[in-house]
Ligand binder design. Structure first.
Ligand SMILES: C[S@@+](CC[C@H](N)C(=O)[O-])C[C@H]1O[C@@H](n2cnc3c(N)ncnc32)[C@H](O)[C@@H]1O
Ligand code: SF4
Ligand code: SF4
Length: 385
């Protein structure tokens, strides 16, 4: 389906929840904690690549992954009843044979679920294609929106270099072709690719963009970041973190994307804020739903408020609800808000937060139109916080 029509469907469903969301964001969440509406589940650290910018593959251990028999009781509780957006990531989700059953389990226990997102390497097409196809068909039957992205960090050999996989590009392309064809058959399925740009593949960024355009593939560029809860990669910051050259390139590159993206796409929102952060010494001005209504669940059952919080506990030992509302954990969330959020680069579900916060979103729209008209005046538009 076209990106615009998927976006419109998503906006329509988001809009359906807006009065409740506005009340939640503006009033309720300030008075008492609200239940999570966004959930990220890293279902395994097992991986079929060995990427240079992510160390999840070093932590792969199937024995410590929660089984579905362990996951089911943890999810079988009204506490989860407000989750609207679920992202299944890892590690490589398709290394789990039970991925389709996992999606079905979530659909059973998340009555307000609107959208599921899955990121994949696409590096094992013979496993991934049938599995992902089953998930797309299931979501279509259940009237759930599903979005999938295959990661592609270069065209040809550069992708293989970044991911340390032989013939990785060809294998990813096989999955991309199959998923793109499937997306034409299902209006509820949005498919695209995702690229993470850093020193190793920076020279190829425009090439990836051109390649995606000629194939009419939606593409998202991730901002390089370092987080142990999500990517196990804090150790890499000193060696592969952006230097001046990469910062200058990425700021320009993100501003170019704002110019050509539809401001309603959600991507423009993120790109403009990343360009802001590079220019303003990494002061975050983007909202984040994880500050008040998110959870991150890791393969062994460890639970976090977000990719940068401390561990709250383990859902195999304590109910998620008890961990989420525990006074000392809530105090920690306040601490994260004051100490880590101000410079955090996480994009996780930013679009969800953005559209629900009316005033910041309206301000963004005004700035985005200014930057679109004249990107050279970007610095003048950055809000002083
Ligand atoms: C951690 S992976 C998990 C799913 C799957 N293994 C994959 O690679 O698509 C999810 C996304 O994070 C991106 N990513 C990896 N390292 C990153 C980093 N240091 N900063 C930002 N994004 C990163 C990947 O490129 C991928 O698109
Ligand atoms: S980015 Fe994805 S494929 Fe690469 S190591 Fe991390 S989890 Fe594995
Ligand atoms: S630290 Fe980052 S991911 Fe966590 S709540 Fe703050 S902005 Fe969101």
């Amino acid at each position: 389906m076209s990106k615009d029509s998927f976006t419109l469907r998503y906006l329509a469903r988001t809009a359906a929840g807006v009065p409740r969301d506005l009340v939640n964001t503006a009033v309720v969440s300030r008075l008492k904690p609200i239940r999570p509406t966004v959930l990220i589940y890293n279902c395994t650290w097992v991986c079929d690549a060995r990427c240079e910018m992510c160390s999840n593959w070093k932590h792969g251990d199937r024995k410590s992954d929660m089984t579905l028999e362990q996951l089911e009781p943890a999810m079988n509780h009204p506490f989860w009843g407000a989750v609207e957006n679920l992202n299944i990531s890892g590690g490589e989700p398709t290394t789990r044979n039970d991925l389709p059953e996992m999606v079905e389990l979530f659909a059973r226990h998340l009555p307000r679920l609107r959208k599921i997102g899955i990121n994949t390497t696409g590096l094992t097409p013979h496993r991934a294609i049938p599995m992902l196809t089953r998930i797309v068909k299931f979501c279509a039957e259940q009237d759930l929106l599903i979005s999938m992205r295959v990661s592609l960090d270069g065209i040809g050999d550069i992708h293989n270099q970044v991911r340390h996989v032989k013939r990785g590009f060809e294998k990813a392309c096989e999955t991309i072709e199959a998923m793109q064809a499937l997306s034409k058959q299902h209006a509820s399925f949005q498919f695209g690719i995702a690229a993470t740009i850093f020193a190793t593949n920076m020279e190829d960024a425009r090439n990836i963009l051109a390649w995606a355009r000629t194939r009419h593939l939606d593409i998202v560029f991730n901002m390089l970041r370092f987080t142990d809860n999500m990517l196990n990669n804090k150790e890499l910051e000193a060696t592969i973190g952006f230097k001046e050259r990469e910062e200058a390139f990425m700021r320009q590159f993100f501003l170019e994307r704002v110019q050509e993206e539809s401001v309603l796409s959600g991507q423009a929102f993120m790109y403009l804020h990343y360009a802001d952060m590079i220019a303003n010494g990494y002061k975050r001005t983007m909202p984040c739903p994880f500050q008040s209504q998110g959870l991150l669940l890791n393969p062994d059952g460890s639970l976090f408020y977000c990719e940068n919080s401390e561990k709250l506990g383990n859902v195999l030992e304590d109910a998620a609800e008890a961990l989420y509302y525990k006074a000392s954990n809530l105090a920690h969330r306040e601490h994260v808000k004051n100490s880590i959020c101000p410079t955090c680069l996480s994009p996780c579900q930013v679009n969800v937060g953005a559209m629900k916060q009316f005033v910041p979103y309206a301000k963004f729209l005004a700035r985005a139109y200014q930057v679109k008209r004249d990107p050279s005046r970007h610095l003048e538009t950055i809000p002083t916080t």
